[in-house]
Design a protein. Structure first.
Length: 364
């Protein structure tokens, strides 16, 4: 059964310099896209009662209130479902937030702040200012939003440990329920891929930044529940946890990825194809039993609680400690991995090289 849904809204008013997500600056297509997206959902959705729905982008807050409700209209969801909308600060005002709160079922908002340094925001290609971000969070709180997440980035141009501390301090003053933390990566298909900024902190400094932010957030009551995510008690992202717990989820919209049954897929990344036939996939494959196990391992290790050994042994009929004894021993000795009575999990140092560790669990 699939109880979670991701909905991709690929529109932005302007593409950020570092962004590798599927997004375009073409808001004129939003009405046609909304209509096509609703048709896709009506055809592909099997009628389950959903526990989480997540509007990602792009900038989903470019949608009107009516468009949000149109997209949601074919879906059934539980009374306590977590329904998230990503927001860019410059794209909303008090009236929009008020209508979002009172005229839609959206009950969680994720605000892309990235940094409170106005000069760095300009370098990143962000369109909001620090003041705009602060005002939006405070306005949302005033209007009654009880589940607010903010995004921060580190490893940014000319950023120092002290500047990182200042960003975290300002975020804590806003007292969001959830904070997501991302290190800058220069990826292909971004504006910076051919001409990256020259004043980026080196990897050692970025590691120090990550450890410092983690320490400060923990000291202020935030549970570090996943490599990049921190939450006050009971405010962990239910939707993202469905990914890391390897649950099924729908992917609706251009370029959206989904996992249904034992099949992973990504919708077409071509607007022309998507508008002509939203059932076209750019990728679709059925997982083998070994691939399911490997995904369970590296998704589970993203969470700070790690993998429950008994559960994974029963689910996949294996002896985890025996099958992966060399890998476990290797990273225990280096201090990157720990094993207690029930679980194996990454240390903070392990999280810093998590992709390297994950790759060792994959059979070639």
């Amino acid at each position: 059964m699939t109880e979670n849904a991701y909905i991709h809204i690929p529109f932005c008013s302007q593409k950020c310099n570092y962004c590798a997500f599927l997004s375009v600056s073409a808001p004129k297509y939003i009405p046609k896209y909304t209509e096509t997206l609703k048709k896709e959902i009506e055809e592909r959705y099997k009628g389950e009662t959903l526990k989480t729905i997540y509007f990602g982008g792009g900038t989903p807050s470019l949608l009107t209130i009516e468009q949000i409700n149109t997209i949601l209209s074919p879906l059934k969801y539980s009374e306590d479902a977590e329904i998230t909308l990503e927001i860019n600060p410059e794209s909303v005002n008090e009236e929009y937030l008020k209508n979002l709160k009172t005229k839609t079922p959206i009950n969680r908002i994720s605000i892309g702040i990235q940094t409170f340094d106005d000069e760095v925001l300009k370098i990143l290609g962000r369109q909001h200012t620090s003041k705009t971000a602060v005002d939006v969070v405070n306005c949302a709180k005033k209007l009654g939003f009880k589940n607010i997440s903010v995004d921060l980035m580190y490893g940014l141009p000319a950023q120092t440990i002290e500047k990182v501390r200042e960003d975290v301090r300002k975020a804590l003053e806003l007292a969001p329920q959830h904070i997501s933390l991302y290190g800058l990566k220069i990826e292909r298909r971004t504006k910076w891929s051919h001409n990256p900024p020259q004043n980026l902190p080196d990897l050692d400094v970025q590691a120090d930044m990550y450890e410092e932010i983690t320490k400060i957030l923990k000291e202020n009551g935030y549970n570090h529940y996943e490599i990049s995510n921190f939450a006050l008690p009971q405010f962990e992202s239910k939707h993202n946890l469905s990914y890391w717990k390897n649950k099924n989820y729908y992917g609706f919209g251009i370029g959206a990825s989904g996992y249904e049954g034992d099949k992973r897929y990504t919708n077409s990344v071509s607007f022309q194809e998507y508008f002509e036939d939203y059932n076209i996939k750019s990728m679709s494959y059925k997982l083998t039993a070994q691939e399911k196990l490997e995904e369970e391992i590296f998704l589970g290790l993203r969470c700070t609680e790690g993998i429950n050994i008994d559960e994974i042994n029963k689910k996949y009929n294996i002896d985890f400690d025996k099958k992966y004894s060399e890998i476990i021993r290797k990273y225990q000795q280096t201090g990157h991995l720990k094993r207690n009575k029930t679980n194996v999990y990454l240390t903070i140092n392990g999280m810093l090289i998590s992709n390297e560790i994950f790759s060792e669990f994959i059979e070639i």
